[in-house]
Write a protein that binds this ligand. Structure first.
Ligand code: CP
Length: 306
């Protein structure tokens, strides 16, 4: 039985391929059957969405996936919970789980919270990591891979360039692990100050600090948001300098046929100019559409009996 999805690192290449195949099925269903008829896969199941950090895409798509599979969903957010009165995270989650919950979807600004919950929650409760600090965001990496495969076919030996704030990015970490497992050639382009130490050795990627010609021969570019909320002081001179060195400007996108991805939310005029975010090469809304299908596939995978 697949009990949890805590990170991409836990998944074998076969499991990733299996999840992507399942999500393709859901994606076709979601786009071809109108109105989409609810499945009964999660009938009688209750899923708690515990978002202790803000989210638009991930939270909404998990909720939609749960509804489309027939689950009962409950939602808790940091701002309205008794955490604000001093209740501990573990006590809060135990309270929710005492109400007969089958699965917890958790997002938290601290790395390692899903793993911590695994130690404290009863075995039968499935846990899905919806993004933990700077650690991992497994469903984002899966939906990115699904989006890329839909356009590029096999990702083996495809050059994928990840640009921007790698240091604070859980999306970059999950993507590096996943794209490596699928045989893609990953290049990181980021300022030295936004590049994690030893990232080449740990993740088997190539690292450069100047964009120059890097995207000209790329199959796809994943641009990342600068995570101001995780920086106590600025790690680059100013936004205009960052845009000039690392932003996807109209000139830069004219020089490449690479598809453009971004996990969102986008800082327009910084990582992506409007001409890039809204161009024909942009797959940003395709990523969002794939997000619901991937999360449906993850639920199917977690709740199937082996
Ligand atoms: N990509 C992503 O995690 O976006 P949200 O923060 O809106 O969920």
């Amino acid at each position: 039985m697949n009990r949890d999805l805590l990170g991409i690192r836990q998944l074998s290449t076969d499991q990733i391929t299996d999840l992507l195949r399942r999500s393709d099925g859901y994606f076709l269903q979601l786009n071809s059957i109108d109105p989409f008829r609810k499945s009964s896969l999660l009938d009688g199941r209750t899923v708690a969405n515990l978002f202790f950090e803000n989210s638009t895409r991930t939270k909404t798509s998990f909720e939609l996936a749960e509804k489309r599979l027939g689950a009962t969903s409950v939602n808790l957010s940091m701002q309205t919970s008794s955490l604000t009165k001093g209740e501990s995270l573990i006590d809060t989650v135990n309270v929710i789980c005492a109400m007969k919950v089958d699965c917890v979807v958790v997002r938290h600004s601290s790395s390692g919270v899903p793993q911590l919950l695994r130690k404290h929650l009863p075995d039968h409760i499935r846990i899905i990591n919806a993004g933990d600090g700077g650690h991992e965001h497994p469903t984002q990496a899966l939906l990115d891979a699904a989006t890329l495969q839909a356009k590029l076919g096999s990702l083996k030996n495809k050059k994928i360039v990840i640009i921007g704030d790698i240091l604070h990015s859980r999306v970059a970490r999950s993507n590096m692990i996943l794209l490596n497992k699928l045989g893609a050639k990953v290049t990181l382009v980021s300022p030295l100050t936004l590049t994690p130490k030893y990232v080449e050795e740990i993740f088997g990627v190539r690292v450069v600090h100047e964009l120059a010609d890097e995207i000209k021969d790329a199959s796809a570019v994943i641009s990342l948001r600068i995570q101001f909320e995780r920086q106590s002081r600025s790690l680059f001179p100013n936004l205009s300098d960052f845009r000039m060195r690392y932003g996807l400007t109209p000139l830069r996108i004219m020089e490449t046929n690479a598809f453009i991805l971004h996990p969102g939310p986008v800082n327009r005029g910084v990582e992506l100019d409007n001409e890039a975010a809204d161009s024909e090469k942009s797959l940003i809304l395709q990523q969002v559409k794939r997000g619901v299908a991937i999360r449906m596939a993850v639920f199917e995978w977690l709740f199937e009996d082996k």
